[in-house]
Each structure stands twice: as C-alpha cells, then as structure tokens.
Design a protein around this ligand. Structure first.
Ligand code: NAG
Ligand code: NAG
Ligand code: NAG
Ligand code: NAG
Ligand code: NAG
Ligand code: NAG
Ligand code: NAG
Ligand code: NAG
Ligand code: NAG
Ligand code: NAG
Length: 749
C-alpha cells in the first residue's frame, strides 16, 4: 500500500486531529503514533499491525515534510517500516527494496556503528537533520509511527490495484477491467459461426465473450480446422486470433519413395475418401510395403509410403588367379553393380570380363575363370629342330622357342619366338628351306628330268639329261645340287648328229633340205637323173638319228622298159628304138581268131622305164548263154570256155517227141550261134510208156507238152515222189567232166 499526498490541504485537518488525539482511530488514511509507551522495532510493528495497518512506509519528500511538521518532537524519535533483511534495506509492508531515489538518510548514515543497526528511525523535528533517517539497533525503544489504510481486501473487486489516497483509495484496474471499482470486464466481439462449419465450445468466466472468455473450435469428422483451435479474449478486447474455419480433411501429400514412382488419383472434394496413390519402383528395386495407399476420412493414409529396396544379386568372388573390381552404386552386389574381372599375368579371362547385376537379381553371366594363356603348340620345322623353355608350362605365356635347321637347310623366318600375352607367338614358326642351287635350263634339243626331294633346284635335287633323237649329249648326264649350293658340274649340251655330205651322181642332180655341212637328223636329199636316164637306188635319202643315211646314194642309168611277152592266144609287134625297149618304143598287140583284145592295142615305153599301160590280154569271144525250153535235152562241149568260141551243143528230145531242127549248134568267132536252137515236137505216146519213163527216181522233166488230163496225172505223181526232197544237181544227171549240162525241170508248186 502506497501513500500519495495528493490533496494536502484537505488532509491537514484529519492529521491535526490525529496528532492531537494520537490514540483515536479514524476511518480514513491516517498517521498514528504510540505516545504512551515506547517499543522495540518488532514490538512497534506488532503495535501498528494490531491497532492500525502497519509501520509507515515513506516514499517521497512531501510525506516526510508533512510528518516532520505535524508530529511532536520526541528525543528517541520514531520507528518507521524500513529494516535490513538479508543485508538489504527493505520496506517491510510491501517487501520492496528501498530504492536509491527514495533514500532519505541523515548525513553519514547509515553508519551501522555497532554492527547490528538493522532498523530505521526518523529524526522528527531533529535540530540537525529534521525528517532524516538513521539506522539504529532494533531493540531500542522508540515510538511506533503507524498508518491506517483505506483499501480493503474486496476493494476494486480484485480486478484492480487499490491505491491509498489520503483518507480514501482509488482503483487502478488490471488490464481487461474498467469501472470505479474495476467491476466491468472488457468485451470482445461476439463470435458468430456459420452453421455447418466449425463447432465452438466457449467458457465465459467474466461474462459473455468478455475478457478471459475462451473458445475451443472443432470440426465434423472428415474435416479439419484451419486456424487456431482456441481463441481467447484478451485484456485489450481483441481475440487472440481470427475465427478458424473447418476445411475438408486432406491426407498429407505423399512423396514418391526413393527410387520409385507414385501415381496418385485425387478425387473431388466431396468424395475425398477415394483418393489413392499407387507406388512403383524403378527397375532394379522391389516395393516393400503396400502398393496402394488410400486416403481415409480422418485424413490419414491406409498405409505408409512403401520403400523401394534394391534388388541384390548373389555375392561374387574373384576367380582363382584373378581379381575382381566392382562399381556398386546401389549397394554391395546390388542392382546395376558392375564387376570387372582380371587375371594374373599369363592368364586370361575366360568368359565375360564384366558382369552386371540385373533387375532380376541375376548376374548377366556366370563368374569367369582365369585360364592359362597358351599359344598353339609348335612343332619342329621339317628338316629342323625346336628347343623351347618356359617358366609356366610348355607353350604357355612367356614360353620361348628357338629353331634350328638340319644340314643342307637354312632357316627362313624368325630364329626365336615367344608366346605373348595375347596367346600368340611373336613370330610365326620358321621353315627350313633346302639350300638352293642355280636353276638349270633344259638344254636345247634335249630333255631334263629332275628329282627335287626338298624343293626346286635345292639341296639333293638331281637332274638327269638326255638329248632329242638325232642329238648327242656333251657333258655329264646327271647333276646333283650340293650343300654348297652348286651343281656337281656344268649343265650338258646337245649336239646334232650330222650325216656325211653327199655329191650328185654323174648325169644326176642332188637337192638337199640343208646345206651339206648341216645335214642332220631328218634332213633329206633328193636325187634325180637327166631325161632318159633312170635313177638306180633310192630317190630320197634321209639322215637318221644316228647320223647315217637311210640308203646308199643312187646312180643314173639309161631308161629301158621291160621286154614284153606275147599274149596268150595272141601276138605282138614292137618298134624298138635303139635295138632294145628304150623310151618311146611302141608294141602293137593282136589276138588269134575267136579271141578279142582286152586292154590297149598299143603300148609305149615311158621315160620312167614303164609302159604306158600293161600289155593287153586276149580273151575268148562269148556267145549268148543258152536257155532252153523244157523238156528239151542238151549236151554241150566248151573247148575255150563256157558258151564261148567253138562251144558246141547237141539237143535231144525225150521219148515221144522229136526235134524240129538240126540237133547241133556251134559258137562262132563273131560270138553268134551257128543256128537257131531247136525245139521238141509232140509224137504219139502211150500213157503206160510215159509213166514207165518217169518212174525212175532220178528223172526230172519239165516243159513236157502233154494232153490235158494225162499231164495232170503226171504232175501228181511227180509231186508225191518229190515231197521233202532236194532238187538234184545237174552234174549228177549227166556226169560229164568239163561239160556243163543245163537241165530244167518243173518246179511248179
Ligand atoms: C523481531 O521479530 C522478528 C520476526 O518477527 C524476529 O525474527 C526477531 O528475532 C525479533 N527480534 C527480537 C529482538 O525480538
Ligand atoms: C520479501 O521479499 C523477499 C525477497 O524479495 C522474500 O524472500 C521474502 O519471503 C518476502 N517476505 C514476505 C513476508 O513476503
Ligand atoms: C472514497 O472514494 C470512493 C471512490 O473513489 C468514493 O465513492 C467515496 O465517496 C469516497 N469516500 C469519502 C469519504 O470521500
Ligand atoms: C465444453 O467445454 C466444457 C469444459 O471444458 C466441457 O465440459 C463440455 O463437455 C464441452 N462441451 C462440448 C459440447 O464439447
Ligand atoms: C449472456 O448470454 C445469455 C444468452 O445469450 C444471456 O441469457 C445472459 O443474460 C447473458 N449474460 C450477460 C451477463 O449478459
Ligand atoms: C496413373 O494411373 C492412371 C489410372 O490407373 C493411369 O491411367 C495413368 O496412366 C497412370 N499414370 C502413370 C504416369 O503411370
Ligand atoms: C466416401 O465418403 C462418403 C461420405 O463420407 C460415404 O458416403 C461413402 O460411402 C464413402 N465411400 C467410400 C468408398 O468409402
Ligand atoms: C570396368 O571396365 C570398364 C571398361 O574397361 C571401365 O570403363 C570401368 O571403369 C571398369 N569398372 C571398374 C569398377 O573398374
Ligand atoms: C635348349 O636351349 C637351352 C637354353 O637356350 C640350352 O641350354 C639347351 O642346351 C638347348 N637344348 C638343346 C637340345 O638344344
Ligand atoms: C624327225 O622326224 C620325226 C618324224 O617325222 C619327228 O618326230 C622328229 O621330231 C623330227 N626331228 C627333227 C630333229 O626334226
């Protein structure tokens, strides 16, 4: 409680009364002191609290001046309500620290002379320091200076501070209150709610929508409050916040899972409960959790966002003699990890060098292995040898091979080769080539046959030489290629075999196909003689292969035709030239009577010594051959030839017939018959006789002129006999040697 000396003039009268009648209690803010007794500070305070309110609390100079003027002087002075508590000067009534400004100490005070001067007195009407304060031991006895307050516990309705005035009080209202006794609370704007929106539950401790009114807001299910959920009416008459609104409940927005995707379908505001999100994972990742989340009315999702877990492939290990180097962006042996494999030197990766983990959880291929790098095995070269050394295994990486050739052979290619990292030889295997001799040419006009066991004109090649027919070999017929690369001898040559030269014979001419010095195999020399002379011996001489002539050389002799003999049955007459049958001699030929010249009548001797034609012959003149009608019989003789000059034929008839002319005809020198051929004339004849005549087995009759029926009968008989039998030869009929007899018979069938 604080004293304010606001209306000093008005208060004077009261203080006066109080001063005059110090023990009388008055109903207003007044000062009092104990004029009957003195007390220690504690007792003074108890005295004040018992009869008044408390020891005075002085806070300004006006109050001090007032007290110093109106209180009576007392040598031990008066206690006031200040005391040292925990070494701090404190107003005991209000338990407030004494401020620097409010201090009113006498000069050189407080001095705490004897160390326990913890209480304060006021020098009322002191001659040296009137109205000033001094610290004193609390047990000292002095007058108690008390005051009586106007404020009661119910003053200002507990809603303001009661401030003492002289003789009365005023209310200083706490924030939110007003009115003389602070009886009214400040009002806030009444809250109006639109129906169907937010609900509100308010408490109004100080009146409808007044200071300290509190409203809680809430929404229907499926809605959420947008704004403060609680509003409070402040001392200023303002609400703590704007009135909130209810909004439709929305589920919190979701984020795509890492390494995944989200596909949400949002439904309309009125039908929010069908919002859903579908989740999927990137390739190589597997969804862990629910694939679909639904937004519920409460604004919560039915399931949390799932996670995308990376697919893992089986663990890999480095192959034996190899190493593995992996790049694993999504985790150890996880999807898309790539592992590279390599092998120790001398080994190569067999399989894929790089494996990748697929989305299926499988590696792109199986782990490769390390396989020794080997080169193709080498073989000793033909006619050579091989010597290999190796640090690993034969023909494996780093193997080194050297080559050598046998005697007579030289190495063509690298002398050594090595198996390199790629499994290939640094150089191809060499070959052993036989030492080569200069190639030989086939000699002109000769032949060469070689045997090359190790290649053309090479070591141990052998060539055999021969010359064409008519030529002779000069030199060695067989050469060998030696180890020195030379032939055993110079190649041979072929020289033509020459025939000895010829000279023309006397009276003759010689013509050769070559000059006399070059008469070789097949050369020819033709000989001829002057006219009228005949070459004796070979006309042409040929040089043989061996160099000799086919014949001795010929000579010329006068031409003579051979002496001709007289033809048989003829004669010749020759006109000879020089007494013998030389060129141009002519012979004339004639034939005997009944003979005819066949060939040239005259022949002449030609220069060739031959007659123009062969000498003619004399041939007998021929008469037409006789064909005779049956049944005539004929018997002919042919002294010079068949039906020729002087052939004679005699005819006869069978019994019962007679010739109609002379029976004999003769071939004449002109080639005609002397007479016409006779025929047979019918003569009376009995049947029996005829049958008897023909009854013989050998008979053959044709051309018989017999009367009708009898002839028919004869024919029948004949046929019966003749059945299946051969015809008989004419000779067997007559049997005459050198004479031919034609016999015809009826062969009618
Ligand atoms: C005065 O009173 C206070 C508390 O009321 C007490 O602590 C103190 O001992 C008292 N002093 C004397 C001398 O009685
Ligand atoms: C007075 O104030 C002091 C500190 O300010 C405190 O410790 C003490 O309890 C108070 N005394 C009373 C009676 O209120
Ligand atoms: C005291 O003050 C109150 C309020 O200020 C007033 O109503 C009352 O009349 C006053 N009393 C006297 C005696 O002046
Ligand atoms: C309003 O609030 C009071 C006090 O907190 C409580 O008892 C009451 O049930 C509430 N009314 C409603 C409708 O929530
Ligand atoms: C508060 O409001 C209610 C209802 O509107 C009314 O009945 C009551 O009289 C009001 N109270 C005051 C103190 O105005
Ligand atoms: C999302 O889902 C809807 C309905 O299932 C479909 O039509 C649409 O293609 C999907 N979008 C994508 C990007 O997958
Ligand atoms: C969605 O909500 C409406 C209103 O809250 C309700 O009538 C309807 O049955 C719900 N539909 C589903 C599929 O939950
Ligand atoms: C695997 O090999 C490839 C090709 O040589 C190379 O690009 C890649 O960096 C290698 N990865 C690792 C992990 O060594
Ligand atoms: C093979 O070569 C090695 C090393 O060069 C040598 O010591 C060895 O004698 C050779 N062997 C033959 C059979 O040449
Ligand atoms: C010689 O003649 C024969 C046969 O006509 C022939 O084969 C050969 O080649 C010829 N010889 C010469 C050297 O003319």
């Amino acid at each position: 409680m604080v004293f304010y000396l606001e209306a000093l003039g008005n208060v004077f009268g009261i203080v006066l009364i109080s001063a005059l009648i110090p023990q009388i209690q008055v109903g207003a803010w007044t000062y009092h002191y104990s004029d009957q007794k003195v007390y220690s500070w504690n007792a003074s305070r108890r005295y004040c609290q018992t009869f008044y309110t408390d020891l005075v609390a002085i806070q300004n100079q006006n109050e001090i001046a007032y007290l110093n003027e109106f209180l009576p002087y007392y040598p031990h002075y008066y206690w006031i309500g200040i005391r040292k508590i925990n070494n701090v000067w404190t107003w005991v009534g209000t338990n407030k620290t004494l401020t620097k400004e409010a201090e009113n100490w006498a000069e050189n005070e407080p001095n705490n002379k004897r160390n326990d001067q913890d209480c304060v007195e006021i020098y009322i009407k002191s001659p040296s320091s009137p109205g000033k304060w001094n610290d004193e031991p609390c047990l000292k006895r002095k007058r108690a200076l008390c005051y009586q307050a106007s404020c009661e516990s119910f003053s200002c309705n507990h809603q303001g501070e009661c401030i003492e005035t002289i003789g009365n009080y005023t209310c200083s209202c706490y924030p939110g209150f007003y009115g003389p006794e602070c009886e009214y609370a400040k009002k806030c704007k009444e809250l109006d709610l639109f129906p169907g929106n937010a609900f509100m539950n308010c408490s109004h401790p100080l009146g409808n929508f007044s200071y300290k009114s509190k409203c809680n807001f809430y929404c229907m299910e499926g809605n959420r409050l947008n704004g403060a959920s609680t509003l409070e009416c402040l001392a200023s008459g303002e609400w703590t916040a704007e009135i909130p609104k209810c909004l439709v409940n929305e589920c919190p927005s979701l984020k795509s899972p890492e390494r995944g995707n989200m596909n949400c379908s949002y439904s309309s505001k009125e039908n929010i409960n069908v919002s859903s999100c579908r989740f999927s994972c990137e390739e190589g990742f597997i969804l862990k959790g629910e694939e679909v989340a639904w937004c519920t009315a409460s604004g919560a999702w039915t399931a949390p966002v799932p996670q995308c877990e990376v697919v893992r492939c089986p663990d890999l290990e480095a192959p034996i003699r190899g190493a593995m180097n992996c790049e694993q962006s999504h985790g150890v042996f996880a999807y898309d990890s790539t592992c590279n494999f390599s092998c120790q030197p001398g080994y190569r990766v067999s399989g894929f060098e790089t494996l990748r983990c697929l989305a299926s959880g499988q590696w792109t291929s199986s782990i490769p292995t390390c396989q020794a790098i080997t080169c193709d095995p080498l073989k000793s070269p033909v006619h050579g040898s091989l010597n290999c050394s190796s640090s690993l295994a034969e023909f494996q990486y780093n193997s080194r091979c050297s080559f050598q050739c046998a005697e007579g052979f030289v190495l063509k290619g690298a002398e050594t080769t090595e198996c390199d990292i790629s499994g290939t030889w640094t150089a191809p295997a060499p070959v052993c080539h036989a030492i080569v001799c200069k190639p030989l040419l086939t000699p002109q006009d000769g032949k060469m046959t070689c045997v090359h066991p190790f290649g053309d004109s090479s070591y141990k090649s052998t060539c055999q030489f021969s010359c064409n027919k008519g030529f002779s070999l000069i030199g060695s017929d067989k050469l060998h290629c030696t180890i020195s690369g030379h032939w055993t001898a110079d190649p041979p040559t072929c020289r033509a075999n020459k025939c000895p030269p010829l000279i023309a014979p006397p009276q003759g001419i010689l013509q050769c196909s070559a000059t006399q010095e070059n008469l070789i195999y097949n050369s020819t020399c033709d000989f001829s003689c002057k006219r009228g002379l005949m070459l004796m011996g070979a006309q042409k001489l040929t040089c043989t292969a061996s160099g000799s002539w086919t014949n001795p050389p010929p000579y010329c002799k006068a031409v003579k035709c051979p002496v001709l003999n007289n033809p048989k049955w003829g004669s010749q007459e020759c006109s000879y030239n020089h007494g013998d049958s030389r060129v141009s001699s002519v012979c004339h030929f004639t034939c005997n009577k009944g003979f005819m010249l066949k060939g040239s009548e005259n022949v002449q001797c030609l220069t060739s010594g031959k007659w123009t034609t062969p000498p003619p012959t004399c041939e007998v003149v021929k008469c037409p051959e006789l064909a005779f009608p049956k049944p005539i019989l004929m018997n002919c003789s042919h002294p010079w030839g068949f039906f020729s000059y002087e052939s004679t034929c005699i005819f006869s008839c069978p019994e019962g017939q007679v010739l109609d002319n002379s029976p004999e005809i003769k071939c004449q020198a002109e080639g005609t018959w002397s007479k016409k051929m006779p025929t047979c004339q019918e003569e009376p004849l009995s049947v029996q006789k005829a049958l008897a005549y023909f009854g013989g087995a050998v008979a053959s009759v044709s051309g018989l002129v017999i009367g009708g029926s009898i002839l028919a009968l004869l024919r029948k008989r004949f046929r019966r006999q003749d059945d299946g039998k051969r015809p008989l030869s004419p000779q067997s009929v007559m049997g005459t040697p050198g004479v031919f007899t034609n016999m015809a018979f009826d062969s009618t069938s």
